[in-house]
Design a protein. Structure first.
Length: 93
């Protein structure tokens, strides 16, 4: 089963993440960067850490408009489900 690790804009993540594809909501970039970790993809509207696309060169990113009906965290969970990840761990919630 494919595993995704979603990092949100909370106050804590462990020093090492569970093995898996790392999906980062834009605000979670601060947590990852502080821990010296790198996401596989960054998703969000950029309001929590603008310009979050410049933080990690070469990392795929999907930008959403700020005026939306979902949180960045919900978008990350939906992305994981759409990509076939059956096991999801969320940090920073």
């Amino acid at each position: 089963m494919k595993k995704a690790v979603i990092v949100l804009n909370g106050q804590y993540i462990p020093e090492t993440l569970d093995d898996g594809f790392v999906i980062c909501a834009d605000g979670g970039c601060g947590l990852l960067r502080g821990a010296g970790l790198r996401p596989d993809i960054i998703i969000g509207d950029g309001d929590s850490m603008p310009p979050f696309y410049d933080i990690y060169s070469g990392v795929k990113s999907i930008k959403y408009p700020a005026d939306k009906d979902m949180t960045d965290g919900e978008i990350c969970v939906r992305y994981a489900a759409a990509e076939g990840f059956g096991d999801v761990v969320i940090y920073g919630a």
